[in-house]
Design a protein around this ligand. Structure first.
Ligand code: ZN
Length: 217
């Protein structure tokens, strides 16, 4: 016999879940930890305290490295040089959190889309993004590339292949003057929430172009 069980609490929880749609214009890559003031105090500290980053538990499928020749090096935390840690979830001033990873590279190095998709933003973003490209992928997720030089960027609405060049590493936006030049790379799920990017150890490369296709740079 199957017993019917109602889940009113679960329904309420789902209703409370916030969704952040992917904005057409990328905003500053840091968000405040929304759970800070609403998390009730722990009464049974049976588990070790865990940092409550906004989306640390949501992991993404590994993707190729969008910067060729970078070896996937992340910015290390170097406050004396005016930069914070380049890892996902690294703290920022004012209770903000780093929503992507920073991939250190020389200025002008090519930046490549990690997956095929459609460019939903290309240009100067709001806040500290600088020149930015945002690609939306078929499953609704999106990849974000910030601080670009502004050259070789496809126009908004362009369809790009996985591995296609979509810009070059630059220092636009809120990159501190003494910080290393890097690509700020962000992945967001279909609900617009940042997820931790994981690199699969390979650099993004475009597949061979089918015969008769035109070059779109
Ligand atoms: Zn960053």
């Amino acid at each position: 016999m199957i017993r019917k069980i109602a889940y009113p609490a679960l329904g309420a929880f789902l209703l409370l879940g916030t969704t952040t749609p992917v904005a057409a214009t990328p905003a500053l890559q840091h968000t405040r930890a929304a759970t800070r003031s609403t998390t009730p105090p722990r009464t049974t500290p049976s588990r070790p305290a865990r940092r409550t980053g906004p989306t640390r538990s949501t992991r993404s499928q590994p993707v190729c490295n969008p910067v060729r020749g970078s070896r996937g090096t992340l910015n290390r935390r170097a406050p004396s040089r005016g930069q914070g840690g380049g890892t996902f979830g690294a703290p920022r001033t004012g209770g903000r959190t780093h929503n992507g990873i920073d991939i250190r590279s020389r200025p002008g190095t090519g930046v490549h889309s990690v997956r095929p998709g459609r460019v939903i933003f290309s240009g100067r973003g709001r806040g500290g993004t600088g020149n930015a490209v945002v690609v939306r992928h078929r499953n609704g997720s999106s990849s974000h590339y910030y601080h670009l030089q502004g050259s070789h960027q496809p126009r908004t609405g362009t369809t790009v292949r996985g591995g296609q060049r979509i810009g070059t590493v630059g220092r636009t936006g809120n990159v501190p003057r003494r910080a290393d030049t890097h690509l700020h790379f962000e992945l967001r799920n279909s609900r617009g929430r940042p997820v931790e990017p994981r690199l699969n150890g390979r650099e993004c490369a475009a597949p061979p172009r089918p015969r008769g296709a035109t070059t779109a740079r």
